[in-house]
Design a protein around this ligand. Sequence first.
Ligand SMILES: [Fe+2]
Ligand SMILES: [Fe+2]
Length: 133
Amino acid sequence: MALVKWTDADLLGHEKIDGQHEALAMALNGLHELVLAGADAKRFDDALEELLGLLREHFETESELMVASNYPDIAVHLDEHTTYLARINDLRKVSAHAEASSIAETFFLLRDWFVAHTRKDDRAMASHLKAVG
Ligand SMILES: [Fe+2]
Ligand SMILES: [Fe+2]
């Protein structure tokens, strides 16, 4: 069962951002499979590391676009990204020792954040990018 349902309704109309979002949704779904399968801590950590790599690249892309277009809400948006990376790093620290249920719970929070952020904050940013074209 796919965890993040990624459909055309999630597209923001910016090719690079949309491609990165889709790759992130797939990486999150891959992590979910590992959670369901009760994968060992090493495999889970490797997958988190991979997700972090994709996220850093993606956040850098968004940051550059926001700076170049003088996006007025850049500070709040970048704070959101920083908080998300910190949460994933926290999950990495605890996942080697934590109960499977608490890993799953934290993971669902990460998923919810990703979906909410892309649908609201990234959509607002994409509208701005389109407007300043
Ligand atoms: Fe994004
Ligand atoms: Fe963002």
